[in-house]
Design a protein around this ligand. Structure first.
Ligand code: SF4
Length: 347
């Protein structure tokens, strides 16, 4: 079992549920814009919000917003140790630094001492663009081994300062390198691990890379907190992170809908039906924990639909509604969604 740290009121590691993070992308000096976006992220299901702190004014803004929101806030710091200290004093619940770009040991220690005083965790964030020169030379460029070594070296530096409220992260936009680097680190440290694919890309490509890269790690049991990085509205990152956790069985889905891919046997508008059922179920909590099947025909349809808690198997302009393995009724295509919803609602 990995160690556990506390970020505000959210536990990370030690068997806690995998928390979802995202990052604001509005101006970190703009209090109103930050509050609006943090609210959107929290409503979407985000557990922890990270904010870039590139200057002192942003740290002052963090101080103003900290008491106004409940969700834990992480300050993302690069290069300037004074910003890290200012963010900690401003009330950050965790800071993310890359010790490799913070500078001398004394500066890193000043940050660690400030974190210790407030008892907040430090996320060590190493990415493929910021590996130390000696590591690049040793491995002949950016490699999984180099990423892992860099992360473990940073962990060691902070552990040697007597602090172990740490979260480790290492990110590459190369899915295979990312996977291998995480496997190496997971074997060699017991600190919680923050997972993600950095610079994954735009919505469509980024989702595929994240599904493979993050999904593979989750299936290996690696990952205590996660961020899906997308070149898109951060709210998209949160909803997709939830979908990923549901897909690997780590979160109970709001809608566990199975539907067939359709083929030449389909004689109802199955795509339309499945989308409508999904839309209606997503508006309510009544089907949480239930499996609902929308199948096109009699070949696999009745079997799948019977295995589900509720289901429909399409026929020629008709649908057979099933509940708990039993046929309830056969209805006209236009009534399928209403009748299925009635069955789920127990009407
Ligand atoms: S359930 Fe029927 S309609 Fe759907 S893909 Fe299978 S055979 Fe085709």
């Amino acid at each position: 079992m990995r160690k556990q740290v506390k970020c505000g009121n959210v536990l990370i590691g030690g068997g806690a549920p995998i928390s979802i993070q995202s990052m604001t992308n509005v101006d970190s000096k703009d209090e109103a814009a930050l509050l609006t976006q943090i609210d959107q992220l929290a409503k979407a299901g985000c557990d922890i919000v990270r904010i870039a702190i590139p200057d002192m004014e942003s740290a002052r803004t963090l101080q103003k917003i900290r008491p106004k929101v409940e969700i834990p806030l992480v300050a993302d710091i690069h290069f300037d140790y004074r910003l890290a200290i200012a963010a900690i004093e401003a009330g950050a619940d965790k800071i993310r630094i890359n010790p490799g770009n913070i500078g001398s040991r004394e500066r890193v220690k000043a940050v660690v001492d400030a974190a210790r005083e407030r008892n907040i965790p430090i996320r060590i964030g190493v990415n493929s663009g910021s590996l130390e020169k000696d590591i690049l030379d040793k491995y002949g460029g950016v490699t999984a081994e180099g990423l892992a070594e860099s992360a473990l070296r940073s962990v060691q530096i902070i552990e040697d300062m007597g602090y172990d409220h740490l979260v480790v992260s290492l990110k590459s936009s190369d899915v295979l390198m990312n996977y291998r680097a995480h496997k190496l680190v997971a074997e060699k440290t017991d600190h919680p691990i923050h997972i993600g694919i950095t610079e994954a890309g735009t919505l469509k490509r980024g989702k595929v890379k994240s599904a493979v890269g993050i999904g593979a790690l989750l299936l290996e049991g690696i990952g205590d907190t996660m961020r899906v990085s997308l070149t898109a509205d951060p709210v998209e990152e949160v909803s997709y992170a939830k979908e990923l956790l549901e897909a690997v069985g780590l979160r109970e889905p709001q809608v566990n809908l199975v539907s067939c891919p359709t083929c030449g046997r389909t004689k109802v508008d199955l795509q339309g039906l499945a989308e409508e059922v999904e839309r209606r179920l997503s508006e309510t909590d009544i089907a949480r924990g239930l499996r609902v099947a929308v199948m096109g025909c009699v070949v696999n349809g009745p079997g799948e639909a019977k295995e589900a808690d509720f289901g429909v198997a399409g026929g020629d302009g008709k649908g057979v509604i099933f509940a708990k393995g039993k046929i309830l009724k056969t209805v006209e295509e236009k009534d399928i969604v209403d009748e299925l919803m009635n069955a789920i609602e127990g009407k």
